[in-house]
Each structure stands twice: as structure tokens, then as C-alpha cells.
Design a protein around this ligand. Structure first.
Ligand code: NAP
Length: 307
């Protein structure tokens, strides 16, 4: 029987692990599909307090994991495939192994959203990617396209100019969702070209098992054209990883956990932290903050239960 199981090993889950381990609760952290979460896929993080020169995302999340392990947190490979939260102890199935736990912290984050084009899934790993940090290297001297108008798209476009001969940012509207500073940085980068009011209609060429071109449409003029491209990076946001808890933990229409105040969910003893609930801020520092809150709430819950 565990005191605390933490689902997810990103900034939120690892911070919850630091706090619960330091409170002597011997937490176990289920690493999940993307160990380290979003930070492990990013480059320089310039806005996490305490690092005046910035810190690389993977280093930041790895440091928090080490800090948690120093206090006795245990990390387990695997993903949660099933959960029974109908009674306590809660039961969590991790790749076939059932774990009983008194409290649960859900910090499972959010995964990349895709455009939903028929050829998109077929070409993932063959020119289609959702991770510039992971795959940018393969497009040295090549034509790159980034889809999206948020901070992720700007960050990825800037990063990809290190590799590509040119980077086209395709955004479906005229206005950008990205913050002013990130947008300005991309706009001032001579290698980046912007295509606004533009949507992707199709990606080619599945028969060649590689991306060769895309069909684009300007929504203002109706013009349709083919554009050559080698690397196609989708940066249009994320979907919260809550499917395994569906029907038990209350979520909103998009699958984000509905907070019942602090880090509480609708189920006493089950807490949330990070992007799995947060559709507004989604920052490393807010995820860490929520991880801390979830840990303190779990600790108080266990104390009140006399565990
Ligand atoms: P986001 O802010 O939700 O932006 C998603 C973008 O993708 C929007 O421009 C959206 O267009 C577009 N989009 C969504 N669905 C689409 C579709 N089906 N087809 C075409 N375009 C579509 O997501 P994000 O950029 O991943 O950022 C998420 C959060 O992380 C934000 O709070 C951001 O500030 C933060 N972040 C921060 C940093 C940093 O500070 N270093 C870096 C990355 C992310 P519309 O605008 O038309 O809706």
C-alpha cells in the first residue's frame, strides 16, 4: 500500500515528488509516455525564476527528479492503463501491475495536438513531427514548415532556423496567440517567413514514405497552392492526458480536470497538478507550484485520515 502515487514525471509530478518525499511519504512516480514531460522536449527556459541565464528544459526537469530521489522518491517506468477510484484505497494499473494507494496526484500533462489530416499520422517520423528539439537535427539545410500561431510555434520556428535553409510559419488567422516577445523574435529572424490566414489541406507524399510538399489554402483569398517542404512541424497546442480517468475524475469538455479548489478534484484524496488541469497558464513555474500544492494537500489529507 502506497501513501502517494504521482502520475506523470514532468515539472508538476516531480515537484509533487520533492514535497511528498521530503514529508516522508515515500511517493512513487509513474513516469508515463513522455518522461520529463513538456520540459524534456524544449530548449532554453528563460523564465523559470532563479536562473538568470536561463536553463535547458531537460536539465531543469532532471534536476527536480534528482532532488526528489534524494529525499526518497521512487520512479517507475510505465503508463497507467486502468484506474479504480470508486473507493479507497485507490487502485492504479501500471502496465498490468496493480498498485494500491491512499492518495493520488494526477500530473499526467497534455500531449501534442495534431491537425487531423489523413496523411499526417502516416507520415509521423517521416517528415511530420510535433517536437522540434527531437527532430530538428534531421532537417539541416532543408525546407521546414511550422504550423501554429502560439508561443510553441514561435519557439519551434526560431529553434529550427538553426537547421533549416528556410522556415515557414503557417497560421490560420491574421492575429497571433503568441506573446509579443516570442512573436517579435520570430518576426525579426530573417530565415522565418509567415503565411497567415493559411490552412494546410493535405501533406504529400505517402507513397514515397516522406514529406515532399503540402497543399495550402489562403482562407481570405481562396487561393490553393502546393509548397515544397521536407520537415513539417505541428505546434498547435496540446490535449490533456485524462482518458484513463474518464467517468471518474470530473473533466471539462476538452478533457481538462475540473479543479474543486486548490489542487482538489471531485474525488477526495485525488489531486491534480500541472497542464492536466491548467488551460490558462501552462508554465513550468505554475506546474511546479501546483505540484507543491497537490503534495501539501495530499499530506494534509493523509494526516486527517490518520494514515
Ligand atoms: P496555444 O497557445 O494554445 O496556441 C496554439 C496555436 O495553434 C494557436 O495559434 C491556434 O490558432 C493554433 N491551432 C490550434 N488548433 C489548430 C488547428 N486545428 N489548425 C491550425 N491551427 C491550430 O498553444 P502553445 O503555443 O502550445 O502554447 C501553450 C502554452 O504554453 C501557452 O500558455 C504558451 O504561452 C506556453 N508556452 C510558453 C513558451 C515560453 O514562454 N518559452 C513556449 C511554448 C509555450 P488560433 O490562435 O487561431 O486559435
Amino acid at each position: 500500500m502506497r501513501n502517494v502515487v504521482i502520475v506523470g514525471s514532468g515539472c508538476a509530478g516531480n515537484t509533487a515528488a520533492v514535497y511528498t518525499a521530503r514529508a516522508n511519504l515515500k511517493p512513487v512516480v509513474i513516469k508515463g509516455h513522455e518522461p520529463g514531460g513538456q520540459l524534456s522536449l524544449t530548449t532554453l527556459v528563460e523564465n523559470f525564476p532563479g536562473f538568470p541565464e536561463g536553463i535547458n528544459g531537460p536539465d531543469l526537469v532532471e534536476n527536480i527528479r534528482k532532488q526528489a530521489e534524494n529525499f526518497g522518491a521512487e520512479y517507475m517506468h510505465g503508463v497507467v492503463t486502468e484506474a479504480d477510484l470508486s473507493k479507497r484505497p485507490f487502485r492504479i494499473n501500471v502496465d498490468g501491475e496493480w498498485i494500491d494507494t491512499r492518495t493520488l496526484i494526477v500530473a499526467s500533462g497534455a500531449s501534442a495536438r495534431w491537425l487531423g489530416l489523413p496523411n499526417e499520422q502516416k507520415l509521423i517520423g517521416h517528415g511530420v513531427s510535433s517536437c522540434a528539439t527531437c527532430d530538428g537535427f534531421f532537417y539541416r539545410g532543408k525546407k521546414i514548415m511550422v504550423i501554429g500561431g502560439g508561443d510553441s510555434a514561435m519557439e519551434e520556428a526560431n529553434f529550427l532556423t538553426r537547421f533549416g535553409s528556410e522556415v515557414a510559419v503557417v497560421h490560420r488567422r491574421e492575429q497571433f496567440r503568441a506573446s509579443k516577445i516570442m512573436l517579435a523574435r520570430a518576426q525579426h529572424n530573417p530565415k522565418i517567413k509567415f503565411l497567415t490566414n493559411t490552412v494546410v489541406e493535405d501533406i504529400h507524399d505517402v507513397s514515397k514514405q516522406t514529406v515532399t510538399s503540402v497543399r495550402l489554402r489562403n482562407t481570405a483569398t481562396g487561393a490553393v497552392w502546393e509548397q515544397e517542404v521536407d520537415g513539417f512541424f505541428v505546434a498547435i497546442g496540446h490535449i490533456p492526458n485524462t482518458a484513463v480517468f474518464r467517468g471518474q475524475i470530473e473533466t471539462d469538455g476538452d478533457g481538462y480536470i475540473v479543479s474543486k479548489g486548490g489542487a482538489r478534484t471531485n474525488i477526495p484524496g485525488v489531486f491534480h497538478a500541472g497542464d492536466v488541469q491548467d488551460r490558462a497558464y501552462k508554465q513550468a513555474v505554475t506546474a511546479a507550484g501546483m505540484g507543491c500544492m497537490a503534495a501539501i494537500e495530499a499530506e494534509r489529507f493523509l494526516e486527517a485520515e490518520g494514515a
